[in-house]
Design a protein around this ligand. Structure first.
Ligand code: ADP
Ligand code: ZN
Ligand code: ZN
Length: 679
């Protein structure tokens, strides 16, 4: 009997065990592996190679009470393992909740006995809310009538979420066991969405699936979905592997978001797997975004995806007017132009909110000595430690190394060390100085002091902090919200009439070819937070401070013209043979020295001659990664590219055993990243 197990001493395929009982494929079992006993899944797929296992040990126990994993689920896992070049057992086991892996058969049986009964009828109707707009109705009708996959290209505030809710409701009504999977980039950032789903469908119908849950919650949610008791799974990228026996619909909200790509282990794209899973299980797939990834946009241009368009905002709300501030014409060191400050002041006096974003947390990205060359470099990384003024620390955002700010320069003893550049803490501080003469209006109509709030990974660290801060914004208790990109995504803010990007230029000159795509999406999404209340939409504005006001990206932004921007970018990529017109993989190597990492990649490159598919792929020279050293580990990568996905896949599969056989002293680890997002 073939059992998928976690990787063990270089064995990555399923292993062979014996069992007296006839166990069905997909059954969960406990099996001995080395000196441990581990969770395994009975696997029967003849396509997966079997590693010979000396002695063929017996299966220890079956986890009764949990139905076997379905054939579609197993095919999804098989595909993901082979496409992303990882072990089958590793991918299969990582897709299960951690507690399921850790509990013995008896512990699990006890756990299952304690679960409440589930034969109670559903307590809620799969009811509906506001009447749909014409464009929402049309989108829904097409989702029902056509096969998909669909790309819902809907402006921010056009009511995409409402379309998801209705599509889910219709899918669930199609048969009494039907299930739907809804994926979102970061669930914690959008508590509103979870609330909308539970309000609509009832608490017992919806389970959440994300890394913020306790192990017990993860297990409970997983079991409920696996047993078909939960009709809706709402989760982050990991939810793409949720076991759902009657899956009918998969929704991927904000499908362009980079967080759908897993960045360690099996580096899968949950969005791409969602499309594949839909095909495997005959489930409809609905990807949605106001700023689709260029991959999905191109697929909708070529007809591979059906495009559903919702250009208009709900309730005659219009998108904000975009204003560019040419920072070349501002006095040196200007943080916020006077025109922008004035516009913020006017908003405050009218009782409206402003949102200012800067993609850098902390007070200043670097601390520098004014007398010598000292800067706050991280001793372990090729990066600067960031100055956090609130707790007077220097913190490395790459390795976490933190220290108190030195009183004097560690090199020359000069006491005058100064922050360079700015982060959100500093922006917040400056704003409160600059807005000192301005007064807000209280709910009683009386003047009151201006309230500025900051939201970033630091301010939202505590449990419930993020929800509390969002609540304050929604309740109108904040006049100006300062933060990183976390405030620009997804939120349905009703009182914001001004959004400003104070320093977005660095992305224009990044070596990453996807940087413009990401910046455009970020700015469009940020603009989408303003003017959501139709009564105020006419006066809503998006401000961008830039030293490059003539960049074509900003011209498209002013017109809110995603299709125009996408067209230009796709033409550039077509000419340069870049994704989505070419297919890429990265071989990443990490070693104690850069020399060792480079030597590994060189050897890997030289060992490709004659491999199947090799004539159709290009292997570039190994280069250090953008941040080349993190926590004293050197990081180097080699880009592999092909015009054809199957050729690249064939080549990678043949290369894999070659890579496993390479031995380079000083190497720490290597990994293949298929369809990498940052090249
Ligand atoms: P998107 O996800 O496209 O940004 P949302 O789904 O959040 O937009 O919708 C924006 C706002 O419009 C929400 O407050 C939502 O409740 C409201 N809304 C959506 N559809 C309708 C409708 N048909 N009638 C009235 N309000 C709607
Ligand atoms: Zn010094
Ligand atoms: Zn560091």
């Amino acid at each position: 009997m073939v059992v998928a197990t976690p990787a063990h001493r270089g064995l990555i395929g399923p292993l062979s065990y014996r069992s007296e009982l006839a166990l069905s494929p997909g059954a969960l079992v406990r099996v001995p592996l080395g000196r441990r006993e581990v969770l395994g899944i009975v696997w029967d797929d003849p396509e997966d190679s079997i590693e010979p296992h000396p002695g063929e040990r017996p299966v220890s126990a079956q986890l009764t009470g949990v139905a076997p994993l379905g054939v579609a689920w197993r095919r999804l896992v098989s595909f993901a393992a082979s496409y992303y070049q990882r072990g089958l057992g590793e991918v299969a086991l990582a897709a299960l909740p951690p507690q399921l892996r850790d509990l013995s058969a008896e512990q699990l049986a006890r756990r299952l006995r304690r679960r409440p009964g589930h034969d109670a009828p559903p307590t809620t109707s799969l009811g509906c809310a506001p009447p749909l707009t014409e464009q929402q109705q049309q989108a829904l009708d097409r989702i029902e009538q056509e096969p998909g996959p669909f790309l819902l290209f809907g402006a921010t505030g056009s009511g995409k979420t409402e379309v998801y809710l209705h599509a889910v409701s219709r899918a669930l009504q199609s048969d009494p066991t039907a299930q739907a999977l809804v994926m979102v980039p970061e669930i914690n950032l959008t508590p509103q969405l979870l609330a909308r789903f539970t309000e609509r469908f009832g608490l017992d119908q919806v389970v959440a699936m994300h890394s913020g849950l306790t192990p017990a919650q993860r297990l409970r949610g997983w079991l409920a979905a696996h047993a078909g008791e939960a009709r809706i799974v709402l989760g982050t990228r990991m939810a793409v592997f949720a076991s759902m026996p009657s899956l009918r619909l998969i929704v991927v909200d904000e499908e362009h978001d980079p967080s759908y790509k897993q960045q360690e282990g099996a580096r899968y794209s949950a969005r791409d797997l969602a499309v594949l899973r839909g095909r495997l299980e005959g489930a409809r797939v609905l990807l949605g975004s106001a700023t689709p990834s260029l991959e999905s946009w191109q697929a909708s241009e070529s007809g591979r995806y059906r495009r559903l368009e919702m250009p208009a905002r709900i309730g005659a709300g219009s998108l904000p007017e975009v204003r560019l501030v040419d920072m070349n014409l501002q006095p040196r060191q200007t943080l916020l132009s006077s025109a922008l400050l004035e516009a913020i002041g006017e908003r405050i006096q009218r009782g409206e909110q402003s949102l200012i974003f800067l993609n850098r947390r902390g007070y200043a990205p670097v601390l520098a000595c004014t007398a010598c060359e000292w800067k706050s470099s991280c001793p372990r990384c090729s990066a600067f430690r960031v100055f956090h003024k609130l707790d007077r620390s220097l913190r490395c955002h790459h390795c976490g190394h933190a220290e108190r700010v030195p009183r004097a320069c560690p090199d020359c003893g000069n006491v005058d060390i100064a922050p360079m550049g700015r982060g959100t803490e500093r922006l917040e501080e400056h704003l409160s100085e600059l807005l000192q003469g301005v007064q807000g209006v209280g709910s009683d109509g009386q003047p009151r002091p201006v309230r500025i709030a900051r939201m970033d990974a630091d301010s939202t660290r505590g449990k419930g902090a993020l929800e509390a801060q969002l609540e304050q914004v929604h309740a109108g208790e904040v006049d100006v919200l300062v933060g990183t990109q976390m405030i620009t995504k997804g939120h349905d803010f009703r009182r914001i009439t001004l959004v400003a990007a104070v320093n977005p230029d660095s992305a224009l000159f990044s070596s990453d070819f996807r940087a413009p795509e990401r910046l455009f999406a970020l700015l469009m999404q940020a603009a989408g937070r303003a003017g959501r209340n139709a009564a105020q939409a006419a006066s809503s504005q998006m401000w961008v401070q830039t030293f490059n006001p003539r960049h074509p990206l900003f011209a498209a932004l002013r017109r809110h013209d995603y299709p125009g921007f996408a067209h230009g970018q796709l033409e550039e990529r077509r000419v340069a043979s870049m994704p989505p017109f070419a297919f890429q993989a990265l071989l990443r190597a990490e070693a104690k020295t850069q020399q060792a990492a480079l030597a590994f990649l060189q050897a890997a490159r030289e060992a490709t001659a004659g491999l199947p598919g090799a004539e159709y792929v290009t292997l570039y020279s190994p280069v250090p990664m953008a941040v080349q050293r993190v926590a004293d580990i050197e990081r180097v990568q080699l880009l592999v590219e092909s015009d054809a996905r199957p050729a690249l896949q064939r080549f990678l599969a043949a290369w894999q055993p070659v890579l496993h056989a390479l031995r380079e002293p000083g190497m720490v680890r290597w990994a293949v990243d298929v369809d990498p997002l940052a090249v």
